[in-house]
Design a protein around this ligand. Structure first.
Ligand code: GLP
Length: 267
């Protein structure tokens, strides 16, 4: 796990995008095939997506024919609901990055048989050759995707309930708490750990406790993100506020001390 403390929220997006782009280029070189991205919703990765979109526009990153798999989806929201993750991913990822909509996959939260839909989603990921780089945020309670505390470390895509904490956190996107769905389909922790690289971004003091538990805490189902300590290629990019709960922050330092050549991560 490589932890990079960026100097600003803006720099979190820039550094994380540079890493994602580097992995995409390496994946294309290695496999001779377009990259497969894992994409997250939430506010945390928005800066990362903006920087990636700028690289695509500038011709620095080729995502033609790239495909993408979303981490999760609410159960019970129609696909056309503005807060369904199908719509959120279309607005924040598919359109800005110029991806072909038919190559962007989101679990089907409207499926009559969620278990079959989950199995089918796993199969689609496998058929695509697996995920080259999974972009992640982290919930205030340490969830990744919608794998809430207590989730099995080897879980695959499945239906899960949302904790009250998460429903409260996501209430801001809805008119009332009652409208926030109670269930979701989410890639499992095992699915996420299968991605060849992970890039997790977090900003703000609201994430400080979760980040500390993920990076320095015991690996425990109480903080699902702590499982990432076992991933071979995980990069955590955070700002000083999100890093404020770390006891050993000096190991990670500012991005310029730590990795002066981060913009050339892949060259
Ligand atoms: C959401 C998503 C996660 C996301 C997390 C944090 O509910 N399911 O994928 O990482 O919670 O969201 P935010 O980045 O808005 O704080």
């Amino acid at each position: 796990m490589e932890v990079v403390i960026a100097d600003s929220v803006e720099q979190v997006g820039a550094v994380a995008a540079a890493k994602v782009a580097a992995v995409c280029r390496a994946a294309t070189r290695r496999r001779g095939a377009p990259p497969v991205l894992g994409v997250a919703t939430g506010s945390s990765p928005l800066g990362l997506y903006e920087h990636l979109a700028a690289m695509v526009s500038a011709g620095d990153l080729d995502l033609t024919d790239a495909s993408a798999f979303a981490l999760d989806e609410y159960v019970g929201l129609p696909r056309e609901h503005p807060q369904s993750y199908a719509q959120v991913i279309a607005r924040t990822v598919t359109e800005p990055l110029g991806l072909a909509p038919d190559r962007v996959h989101v679990p089907d939260g409207t499926a009559a048989d969620p278990e079959a839909a989950s199995r089918e989603y796993e199969e689609r990921i496998r058929n695509a050759g697996g995920i080259d780089v999974q972009i992640l945020g982290i919930g205030a309670n340490g969830h990744i995707g919608f794998n809430e505390p207590g989730s099995s470390f080897s879980s695959r895509t499945r239906i899960k309930y949302l904790t009250e904490r998460t429903r409260e956190d996501n209430r801001r996107f809805f008119d009332s708490l009652d409208e926030v769905p109670t269930h979701c389909l989410t890639q499992g922790l095992g699915t996420i750990m299968d991605a060849r690289e992970l890039v997790l971004v977090a900003q703000g003091t609201g994430k400080a406790a979760a980040v500390a538990a993920m990076v320095e805490g015991p690996v425990s189902a109480r903080c699902p993100a702590s499982l990432i300590q076992f991933h071979r290629f995980a990069t955590i990019v955070i700002d000083a506020d999100a890093a404020s709960g770390l006891q050993d922050a000096e190991y990670h330092r500012s991005v310029f001390d730590h990795k002066p050549d981060w913009q050339r991560w892949d060259r």
